[in-house]
Design a binder for this molecule. Structure first.
Ligand code: 4AD
Ligand code: MG
Length: 432
């Protein structure tokens, strides 16, 4: 007998006898007939068990089955528009592969988030979490497809490194034989080497930040995609980031409609984000904030309230550029027309999701870089290889980093980033 997955069902299976392998989601009885909600990881289907149509043993299972028992079911598929997924299976036989050894801890009733996070290894079986992970998969795939089809070469950056990229306060230090190493905060510096070697390159992997912040936007381990492009200025860099985000949104809208529906996502808000994004300077942002009564001064970094206020002025992502050099990383190129600002950009997502992309044109002037490395109290000898990139074949180049989880949180409309990654790592959570 043919084994079919829930998401493979189509009209051609109607009337066919098939087998499905999975787990009990729920059961419900109305006397001579009982219903089984069955899940197999790809979706849910309702099974109907009717006395005299199913074997006696199978019919008698109603009172014996528990949520998450492992089962193999056999029966005939029929169309049922009122049922989840549009199909139903008239069950003839149920084989119990395994009974749970005690009551499954996650019942359909409401649970607190901390409890659910502690049971994340089981929670990912639930319908909403399944939808989120499938959207995450789609976003990852779209990221890879985008760069692979636009001439970028995948060059993986290392995880162990000697270099701080984004300041020294959020480094995870690890024992590395007789010395210490850091878990990478960003693969960027290695992509700068790769861009000179391949023209256009990207890396896409885990990054680590020992951020002592318990916000709904921060993880200590997250995934970042980082393209780097030789002979590219800040404007072209913004255009690449915009093109990437539009590509991702279009693909999620096209391929993950039912998952977005499961999450009750307002897809009209996403549809608004599929054409070019507004661009606004940091200085204009300060003016808008001051006009609204916010006391922020030129030179201050945005916190989440400032980001949210600016983003709410638009119904699509907004690109903010021209930040003060003092608040940005050492590698960002100073604006040749005003050295108080750098040629950097952030993209802020709408609906209060904050920064999803950070990038810049890179400093190519060796003396300025040396001075900035010194000012940031970084160890110059660890950066000699990076400085070589300015000594040998230095060109104008740019790149950016996009945080996968921030993008998934926004696309899914989630209130907290912890549900966007299979097993979240935060200040207080290392388990499961
Ligand atoms: O703005 P960031 O720190 O930029 C960089 O790391 C650059 N070196 C990237 C580059 O130019 N190649 O981080 C980039 C993005 C942020 O916009 C955000 O989406 C994400 O990475 N991010 C985090 N996501 C989750 N948790 C955290 N703690 C994050 N920190 C940054
Ligand atoms: Mg940033």
């Amino acid at each position: 007998m043919k084994t079919v997955m829930v998401n493979e069902l189509n009209d051609s299976y109607c009337g066919e006898s098939i087998q499905m392998k999975g787990w009990v989601y729920n059961t419900r009885s109305i006397g001579k007939i009982w219903f089984l909600i069955f899940r197999d990881g790809t979706g849910l289907i309702q099974g109907v068990i009717v006395k005299n149509e199913a074997s006696e043993e199978t019919f008698g299972l109603e009172s014996k089955l528990n949520q998450e028992d492992s089962i193999i079911i056999e029966g005939i598929i029929r169309k049922e528009n009122r049922s989840i997924g549009g199909f139903e299976i008239g069950i003839k036989n149920i084989e119990v592969v395994n009974h749970v050894i005690e009551e499954y801890p996650i019942s359909p009733k409401e649970h607190g988030t901390d409890f659910l996070m502690s049971n994340r290894h089981l929670w990912i079986r639930s319908k909403r979490q399944n939808a989120i992970m499938r959207i995450r998969h789609q976003v990852s795939k779209s990221i890879r497809d985008f760069f692979d089809s636009n001439g970028f070469v995948l060059i993986d950056s290392p995880i162990f490194t000697a270099n701080a990229v984004e300041g020294t306060t959020s480094l995870f230090e690890v024992d590395y034989f007789e010395r210490s190493a850091f878990l990478t905060q960003s693969g960027q510096l290695y992509q700068e080497a790769s861009a000179s070697a391949f023209g256009k390159s990207y890396c896409f992997g885990p990054c680590f930040r020992a951020e002592k912040s318990k916000t709904r936007r921060h993880l200590t381990e997250f995934w970042m995609v980082e393209p780097e492009i030789a002979y590219c200025d800040i404007n072209e860099n913004m255009a690449w980031a915009e093109k990437l985000l539009i590509y991702i949104i279009n693909n999620v809208l096209k391929n993950k409609e039912s998952e977005l529906k499961t999450l009750d996502r307002d897809i009209n808000k996403l549809k608004l984000c599929t054409s070019s994004f507004p661009r606004i300077s940091y200085t204009e942002c300060i003016k808008i904030l001051n006009d609204s009564g916010n006391q922020i001064k030129w030179g201050d970094d945005f916190g989440s309230p400032e980001e949210t206020y600016i983003a709410e002025k638009f119904d699509k992502p907004v690109i903010v550029y021209g930040f003060p050099s003092e608040i940005k990383a050492f590698y960002m190129k100073r604006d040749p027309e005003n050295d108080k600002v750098v040629l950097g950009m952030d993209i802020l997502a709408p609906e209060g999701y904050g920064e999803i992309v950070g990038g810049s044109e890179r400093e190519t002037n060796l003396d300025i870089l040396l001075e900035r490395i010194k000012n940031e109290k970084l160890n110059q000898s660890d950066y000699e290889w990076f400085l070589d990139l300015r000594r040998f074949g230095s060109v104008q180049h740019s790149g950016f980093g996009m945080g996968l989880e921030r993008v998934v949180a926004w696309i899914c409309g989630l209130s907290h980033i912890r549900e966007t990654i299979p097993f979240a790592r935060t200040m207080t959570r290392l388990n499961p």
